[in-house]
Structure formats: structure tokens, C-alpha cells
Ligand binder design. Sequence first.
Ligand SMILES: C[S@@+](CC[C@H](N)C(=O)[O-])C[C@H]1O[C@@H](n2cnc3c(N)ncnc32)[C@H](O)[C@@H]1O
Length: 321
Amino acid sequence: MTYLDTAAQFYSEVAQTPEAGLCCVQSTPMHLPGLNIPLKMQQMNYGCGTTVHANELTNQPTVLYVGVGGGLEALQFAYFSRRAGAVIAVDPVASMREAAKENLEVAAKDNPWFDTSFVEIREGDAFNLPVADSSVDIVAQNCLFNIFEPEDLTRALKEAYRVLKPGGRLQMSDPIATRPIPEHLQKDERLRAMCLSGALTYEEYIQRIINVGFGQIEIRARRPYRLLDTTTYNLEKDLLLESLDSVAFKVEVPEDGACVFTGKTAIYNGSDAFYDHNGQVLQRGIPAAICDKTAEQLAHKSPENVIVTDSTWNYDGGGCC
Ligand SMILES: C[S@@+](CC[C@H](N)C(=O)[O-])C[C@H]1O[C@@H](n2cnc3c(N)ncnc32)[C@H](O)[C@@H]1O
């Protein structure tokens, strides 16, 4: 039996007996006008952030949702796309697929705008997505990829890349670790399945996304998630996990490296009206969104003329790199 089988067994259990509070952060699920979320679906919120970015879901995108859970985010994506087959939700655990199907049937009774045909639930897993190459606008996963061992994470990222259309987006939410998680915890298959011990550091997580070919990554949110304390987890020091919401774009990696936007801005404070850096024009006194690569270049080249602000970890579009 592999750690992936342990995870499947664990999710089979929590599909049959909802475990409120597993994974999720202390924030209420997004409320949208006219969206009623069934109680059992709320109790089965096994995500650790959100992958549904409301202001980016125009033009009824086709969404491939990996690891359906109770169906909460599949329903939220369907809210924006509202057409048959717009959301394809994949899960290898039969009882999870069954629970999601039942929850979506309840949702259809409570939401006049929703039809169960909007979400198609398919058997499959993150390493074998049951859709063609370059066929979907968005791949989303919430609190699943962190349970994978690093090489399996890379396989899952490559598979997401395969099915995305050019320019498509991988929208993820996962725990990350503020320092490497010790091996004894990484090897604990149940803790890993519970999203508590598979997390990578921010740097390694982002690098693996870039390594499979995503040329631009934007961080939508970063917040405290769980504390692994010394007593319960047999650690020398407490270890804080954070949860990270990110969007990775299937665009070419620029020659000088991928663009990662974490919410930094550059502000020109010199005496002229404009400052030009590699084609990026900064207007005196007006903050411009920049990616971390540009931030680093500016900080080295023009520290006296340009102020670079800290990451807000809450970037939602605009700017260039
Ligand atoms: C932590 S839950 C997250 C559920 C959902 N995304 C949410 O936010 O509530 C992980 C989900 O991934 C599913 N899963 C487990 N192993 C998987 C795999 N190898 N590929 C795809 N899904 C998997 C589980 O059955 C479960 O539905």
C-alpha cells in the first residue's frame, strides 16, 4: 500500500462522515448573491483557501477541478460558468464522487440558477486527467497537491499543464511550510493525507511550478494555516504552516526567468517625470505593480531613485515584468 492509497482511504472515510474543520482556514466560504450552499457541502469544505477568484471568471470558462471533495468549489465555479459541462470535477475516491453528486443534487433544489449538468463528475486522478491536451481554461485544486511527495507533485503539475489551453490558468490553494518539514512527519502518511506534513517551503513550491513551464505566477493570498507544536509533533521548535492561494499561467517562461507577482510595487522618486527600466516606465510618485524579478533588478540598479515596497501577498493582476 502506498501513501496515495492511504490518502484515498482517508478521503473515503471523510466522504462518509464529514469532518468539519479538516483543512479549512478560519474564513467563511465566499458568499455570492443567489448562491445557497447546502449544509453538508459546507461541512465538507476540505480546502485550505480559495481557488475561486470571482473577478476573474468572465466568459464562462471551462474548469477542470481536481479532487472534488464535497463539491463546494465546483458549485462556486459553476455559478460563474452556468452551462452544461462547464465544470469537470475529477476524483479517484468513489465515495467522495458519490458525496459530491448528492450535495450538488441538494444544491440544485436550493439554487434556481443551478442545474446538475453544469458539473460533470468523472473518475480520474491528478496524474491522469480524463481530458484532452490543451482543452480547458482553468485547472483548479484546493489542498490536494500538498499531500503529494515532491516528484508526484511535479507529475501532477505537468498533467495540469498538459490539459490547459495556451494562456490557461492553474489555480491552487495549498499549505506551505515556513521551514522544511522534518522527515519523521513527512513520512507519516495519515498526517500527509490530512494536509499537515507534505507541505514544501514557499521557494520549493514556486520553483516546481516554474520548472514544469509556467511562465507567470501570481500570489492571491498567504496566511497562517496551522501550528505544528513541539509536543504533539515531536519537534524541537514550533513549525508554522501557511496557506498559499496562487494562479500560474501557461505562458512561456521569459529568457531571464519566470515572473512571480507577490504584490510588490516600484515607486520612482527622482526629479524627472519618468524612469525607464527595461521597457517599464515608472511615473514619478505613482506605484507600479512589479514582479519579484524586476523588484530585485531595481533594488540593485537604482536604489537611490526607486523605492520597492514589500510583498502584500495579495496580488490580483496588472503590471508587467
Ligand atoms: C483535502 S480534500 C480537498 C477537497 C476539495 N478540493 C475542497 O476544497 O473541499 C482532497 C480531495 O482530493 C481527492 N484526492 C485524493 N487523492 C487524489 C488524487 N491522487 N487525485 C485527485 N484527487 C485526489 C480526495 O478524495 C479529496 O476529494
